[in-house]
Design a protein around this ligand. Structure first.
Ligand code: AMP
Ligand code: MG
Length: 432
């Protein structure tokens, strides 16, 4: 198996070993390579898939110049020709009507005539302007009359190819296809597209204290919630999910599960067992099956997070060993795993934008780690936006995440925040 360069994170001193969040993200981006495999799917099935090839437009869209409004089409020189205009008004005879889907556009109008035209109908040859019908008054003998200043030449006309020009790349390979893209491809008459195969992601929880829903909860046990949050977050990435259940804190069971995961998946996500506790075996098992790239990040929550590559037989997979605490699982997934999985899917979906807003309260923060507090961003009395943290921020308090609508990101170097300071937030809605 190809060996990854050794990193300072693999040294024994725990704190010195913690990588900065941006360093860890860079390492993840380097290690996450698009998986091979392309399939052709019908347009409707392409939603949330990653385009494998550029789509070159076979057509001009729109295919012809056409009207953008219901009104009257005419040649724009009527606006400045003295014969057509008197007192700043233009009076034109109406030669007929053009409906969307009709072919009237081929027939030229006589100079100085107007044509009643509906949105989407072809512009008649020689006409370049549409006056909206609400700006027109009826004049005698089938004429219309309107102020020459009501419209400028070329207004309310859509030009052939203005949306997409034939021969140009309409969508580039690597695009994560959204509803708008399906519409755009349909407007080109494209029935099928080449997409990358779905990424296969296996995941499981570790911990002797974990019980599955339906089992009795003895003292000291908790229900396994991480497998459900992971299921939800992964579903939104539209990967193929392989849920391997709960694995005991036992190195042999862990190794066996990691091996079988590695044989069927491109990426494996575990939760729990990556700390330095006595029953934390994920990291050492990962080291036995491959390379540990890092196992500690200067972030909160989420400090113990292991990342590396494992192999079993001829199969290889990236392994994301997430912490056990439920909030830490979600934070590390969004900050570390999601971007890497998107790259493996063959897309570079942009990272969600960060907003700078006022913080309504003071917050404690030590320099030397990036913190992701859970916040509620809401309108403030002065019409701006302000954010406040959602109560208890312990990394096991899933409610702090459930009540939040954003992460408050406190940068590595930053110290305490005073009420009224500006902080960065990332809206949850910006995440897939
Ligand atoms: P660990 O990192 O394995 O020591 O786990 C840290 C904390 O997270 C412990 O309190 C665990 O009980 C809890 N935890 C670990 N895995 C899960 C899970 N799948 N669901 C809910 N809580 C968990
Ligand atoms: Mg554990």
């Amino acid at each position: 198996m190809p060996s990854l360069p050794p990193l300072p994170s693999c040294q024994s001193d725990h704190d010195a070993a913690a990588l900065r969040v941006d360093q860890a993200q860079r390492l993840l981006a380097e290690a996450a390579r698009p998986v091979g495999g392309v399939e052709r799917v019908a347009l409707r099935d392409a939603l949330d898939r990653v385009l494998a090839e550029d789509v070159i437009s076979p057509l001009d869209v729109p295919a012809h110049d056409n009207a953008a409004m219901d009104g009257y089409a005419f040649a724009g020189d009527a606006l400045d020709r003295p014969e057509g205009a008197s007192d700043g008004f233009v009076t034109l005879p109406v030669a007929g009507t053009a409906l969307a889907g009709g072919s009237r556009g081929d027939a030229p109008l006589a100079p100085g005539q107007a044509l009643r035209i509906m949105t989407g109908a072809l512009m008649p040859a020689g006409c370049d302007t549409v006056i909206p019908q609400e700006l027109v008054e009826d004049a005698a003998d089938g004429h219309i009359r309107f102020s020459a200043s009501a419209v400028v030449r070329g207004a309310n006309r859509r030009l052939r190819g203005e949306d997409l020009a034939r021969g140009r790349a309409a969508l580039a390979a690597g695009r994560l296809l959204r509803p708008v893209d399906l519409g755009l491809l349909a407007s080109l008459g494209v029935a099928e597209v080449a997409v990358r195969r779905r990424l296969r992601v296996a995941f499981f929880s570790t911990g002797d204290e974990l019980r599955s829903i339906g089992e009795p909860l003895e003292p000291g046990c908790v229900y396994d919630s991480n497998r459900y949050t992971l299921h939800g977050m992964l579903r939104r990435l539209h990967v193929d999910l392989i849920d391997l259940g709960v694995v005991r804190d036992d190195p042999e069971a862990l190794e066996a599960t990691l091996r079988s995961a590695c044989e069927i998946a491109d990426a494996v996500i575990t939760s729990g067992g990556v700390s330095v506790g006595e029953a934390d075996y994920t990291k050492q098992t990962m080291a036995r099956l491959g390379d540990v790239q890092f196992w500690s990040i200067a972030m909160r929550p989420g400090r113990p997070m292991a990342f590396g590559r494992i192999a079993s037989g001829a199969h290889e997979a990236l392994l994301f060993g997430l912490p056990g605490n439920p909030v830490a699982v979600m934070v590390t997934f969004y900050q570390m795993v999601r971007g890497a999985l998107l790259r493996m899917m063959g897309t570079d979906a942009p990272t969600p934008p960060r907003l700078r807003v006022r913080c309504a309260q003071a917050m404690r923060k030590k320099p030397g780690r990036t913190e992701f507090q859970r916040g509620v961003l809401a309108p403030a009395a002065d019409g701006g936006l302000e954010v406040r943290a959602t109560g208890q921020q312990g990394s096991g308090v899933l409610r702090s995440m459930s009540e939040a609508n954003c992460f408050i990101v406190l940068a590595h170097e930053q110290g305490a925040v005073a009420a009224g300071d500006t902080v960065e937030v990332v809206l949850f809605d910006g995440l897939v």
